[in-house]
Design a binder for this molecule. Structure first.
Ligand code: MG
Length: 218
């Protein structure tokens, strides 16, 4: 069982499933040659993929093109299914920043065959997360900027309000597909600027004024 840490708190929360959304920023969808979806694109990561700020990302031997994707991560605080928009908003109990590390070369081959993306998304260390902040302690306005640097060079920076589907809308849609439980994490998609990382790279990412993480590719 993996647990996440809450900023300025001794509380630890057991992590449930990890539900990820793809193509939730129009400019990112375009940079990979994808159409902007009418509904969120949804996939899962296993909890075995999770590491924390300060840990290292391991390059799997079956890829030569691992990409960084920085994302706002939502923490679900109570069980919901087929929730209203209002109940979906209430079910979001905290926020963090995460990296959805992606094997782009593997994903491109899978996409061309119409196969699931799992192998490109599920490897150990492919989900890096920060500490989380409870919603009671911070009101997210979506005017915040999300950013990522590689070796102190900025690669991604955008306002969260560029998300096509906003947090409560995502949670509502996901709750129509599956039960969401306390401790589940929702990765909400990445803005434009994704790119390859190499062994030895130091990645820093965050949401201005809220949370940050640091990791190294090893
Ligand atoms: Mg992603």
């Amino acid at each position: 069982m993996k647990t996440l840490k809450i900023k300025n708190s001794t509380e630890e929360i057991s992590i449930g499933k990890i539900v990820c959304v793809g193509r939730n920023y129009a400019e990112h969808a375009k940079e990979l040659g994808n159409e902007v979806p009418e509904k969120p694109v949804v996939f899962l990561k296993p909890t075995s993929a999770i590491i924390f700020s300060g840990d290292g990302i391991k390059y799997p031997p079956f890829s030569e093109e691992m990409h960084h994707e920085v994302e706002l991560v939502l923490l679900i605080g109570n069980k919901i299914k087929d929730a209203s928009l209002e109940d979906s908003e209430k079910a979001i109990t905290g926020y963090g920043v995460g990296l959805d590390m992606t094997l782009r070369d593997v994903q491109s081959k899978l996409k061309s065959k119409g196969h699931p993306w799992t192998i490109a998304k599920c490897f150990d260390t492919s989900a890096v997360i920060s500490e989380f902040v409870f919603k009671d302690d911070y009101t997210l306005t979506l005017d915040e900027e999300i950013f990522l640097t590689v070796n102190d060079e900025e690669r991604q920076r955008d306002k969260l309000n560029k998300m096509i589907f906003k947090p409560a809308e995502l949670v509502q849609y996901l709750s129509s597909l599956m039960t969401l439980d306390e401790g589940d994490l929702i990765f909400t998609g990445t803005p434009k600027g994704v790119g390859k990382v190499n062994k030895g790279d130091v990645i820093k990412a965050g949401i201005e004024g809220l949370v940050e993480l640091t990791t190294k590719v090893i």
